[in-house]
Design a protein around this ligand. Structure first.
Ligand code: PG9
Length: 628
């Protein structure tokens, strides 16, 4: 019968026990409008880096845009399995591909398909890196290869990328290949201690532990922590110190965890890899548009730090550009018409990519493209929701800006205004109990939930404003607009009965009781600029010192940059608290040598006082600018 014949035929050609998974196999993509090339590019030390090149069919004299990633180049080059190049690359790359670009993704050394060792945010060659290579040389060698081996290209290369990929863009600028014509670092990780991923002003960011497991437990995708607890607030609290928490999962055996635990202070390990410091000393050669989200919950510090470090070199105002949109971390590459409860005037991320970034890239990468009309600074002004083209940033600061900072004072009775306090109680106090830290978002806190993590910086601060361990100072409803443009400076006079303390300070826009067109915003407390400072670093970031119990000391630190209009009817609020958990590790409030290893007995309740009298008038110095 027919059945018997076909069975016999099958047996002779493919044995029944032939293994069914080949070493390598890709399904054909019929009618694709692109080709994908997978190559191994040799570096100067012989290590080969896996690189995926996506080329629109028929491309000729096309620019190339490179991203160097620890997040899987093949995955970055395959949002969907599709014959359409727009569906294949990420949402953030669509405009580029519509304009005929070649898109290149490369695995950094030691990750996914690349050879070599992986070192987390590998430091530049120098005191911390005694090898012949770093991300600067790897970018150089890659660009050298690309311009010689991609015949469809015009030999001009741009680099782009967000976060870790933004860090690799900045690393390429340390000694850029001559074919690198333009750079767009987005939310780049610049200084892991001052205010990007690992710490903020010395307070450790606990979500890093699961990131380290995901990133360094294996060459490919790493491991997920089996926490066994949905509410991370509970799970982390129960464990005790950060070292004890890490130990449960064996994370203390990973080298990068060890490096973090060995360098809790801003010592040479951190200073020597801070890219703003490194690039501030180099001559700026490549036009660079640095991009960051206003509410960037991971790397809110680095873009501004880099921009201001290199700005003095840009005397002709044609190399250093800054863009800040109303986005979460990396939100620039997705849909940008809302964030949490906030709604903007359309897809702000697409507007930026299509109307600002693309002409900027074209100017430097496309043969014969016109000069783009790029403002030195493009900043989405929150509160009034509009893009602002600015000649410089910031507009108000301590020194050297068009406007100075203007203190708004914390006052007795939990008031806030521009006049210094004249009478009334000298201080307010609260008890901070490390056994009941203030949650950074309402419990249960499931940190892996993207819906919690991504928009958390715009979450309603009413969730904590009435806790007895949170002080909330609020102004009268504003009669006229109050506009700020820069970084507010905290000037806090405070004491504690303990010998160490964290200070969390939040500048908040309190909406009117009723917002007719969006009722859920009635009374909303929107964080405009918020940060934490670990008290032991008040006199030196590098050399911590114990706080003298009950002595009034000064804590001075900058909040993240803001370009905001507080509208009439709104109120300005300043909140102060001493924990922000489990985003930040708990300060035991007893001075210990290394907080990572604090013992259970070190965690002690303390009474903290915030002073508002005479020479000890605590204030937030605001970058107020004239409202036009
Ligand atoms: N914020 C992430 C990161 C960058 C650099 C080091 C560690 C983490 C990221 O989004 O890539």
């Amino acid at each position: 019968s027919t059945l018997m014949v076909s069975a016999a035929t099958a047996q002779t050609s493919t044995p029944a026990m032939a293994p069914d998974i080949p070493a390598k196999f890709d399904t054909a993509v019929p009618n694709a409008d692109y080709v994908k090339r997978d190559v191994m590019i040799p570096m100067r030390d012989g290590v080969k880096l896996h690189t995926v090149i996506v080329i629109p069919k028929g491309a000729a004299h096309a620019p190339m845009v490179l991203s160097r990633t620890p997040y899987n180049a093949s995955g970055r080059a395959q949002r969907n399995v599709s014959p359409s190049v727009l569906a294949t690359v990420g949402q953030g790359d669509e405009v580029m591909m519509e304009n005929g670009y070649i898109r290149v993704f490369q695995d950094v050394r030691g990750k996914y398909g690349s050879e070599g060792d992986y070192v987390m945010t590998r430091p530049v060659k120098g005191p911390l890196n005694d090898t012949r290579t770093d991300h600067t040389t790897d970018a150089w060698d890659t660009i050298e290869w690309l311009v010689k081996n991609v015949p469809e290209s015009n030999g001009k290369v741009g680099m782009i990328g967000s976060s870790y990929e933004g860090f690799t863009v900045l690393m390429a600028l340390v000694d850029p290949h001559p074919a690198l014509k333009v750079a767009v670092p987005m939310s780049p990780m610049v200084d892991g201690w001052r205010g990007d991923d690992w710490f903020h002003n010395g307070a450790f960011r606990l979500p890093n532990l699961s990131y380290i497991a995901g990133q360094t437990a294996a060459k490919g995708s790493g491991k997920t922590l089996a926490t066994g607890v949905y509410d991370d607030y509970e799970g982390v609290l129960r464990a005790g110190s950060t070292a004890d928490y890490s130990k449960q999962f064996g994370l203390d055996q990973l080298n990068f965890t060890r490096k973090l635990f060995e360098h809790p202070a801003y010592d040479s390990y951190w200073q020597h890899q801070a890219l703003d410091k490194i690039l501030g000393k180099r001559q700026m050669k490549v036009p660079t548009m640095t991009v960051v989200g206003y509410w960037d919950q991971e790397d809110i510090y680095g873009a501004h730090a880099f921009y201001s470090a290199v700005e003095p070199q840009d005397t002709a105002n044609n190399k250093n550009f800054l863009v800040v949109g109303p986005w979460r971390h990396s939100g620039v590459n997705y849909e940008g018409s809302s964030l949490g409860v906030l709604k903007f005037t359309g897809d702000t991320a697409l507007e930026f990519r299509r109307d600002v970034m693309q002409p900027f890239l074209d100017q430097y990468l496309k043969d014969g493209a016109p000069v783009a009309d790029t403002p030195p600074v493009l900043f989405y002004q929150t509160g009034v929701n509009r893009w602002q083209r600015l000649p410089r940033w910031p507009l108000a600061c301590e020194q050297g800006c068009p406007a100075p900072l203007k203190p708004v004072y914390l006052k007795p009775g939990f008031k806030l205004d521009f006049d210094a306090p004249k009478d009334g109680a000298a201080y307010d106090e609260y008890v901070s109990d490390p056994a009941k830290p203030v949650p950074f978002v309402p419990r249960p806190v499931h940190m892996n939930d993207a819906n919690v993590w991504r928009p958390w910086l715009v979450s309603d601060q009413r969730g904590v404003s009435d806790r007895t361990d949170v002080l909330s100072y609020v102004s009268e409803p504003l009669k006229t607009r109050l506009q700020i443009a820069g970084a507010a400076m905290v000037n806090l006079y405070a004491s504690t009965t303990g010998s160490d303390a964290d200070w969390v300070v939040k500048l908040i826009d309190v909406y009117p009781d009723e917002v007719p067109s969006q009722p859920e915003l009635g009374g909303y407390q929107l964080g405009i600029a918020m940060d934490i400072f670990r008290g032991r670093y008040r006199n030196s970031l590098e050399h911590p010192s114990a706080i003298v119990p009950n002595a009034v000391e000064k804590y001075r630190f900058a909040l993240p940059n803001a370009n905001h209009v507080f509208l009439p009817g709104h109120r300005v609020m300043v909140q102060i608290q001493s924990s922000w958990f489990p985003l930040y590790d708990r300060n035991p409030q007893t001075y210990v040598q290394n907080i990572f290893y604090a013992k259970p007995a070190d965690y002690q309740k303390a009474t903290l006082r915030v002073y508002h009298a005479g020479a000890q008038s605590s204030a937030l110095e605001l970058p107020v600018v004239e409202n036009k």
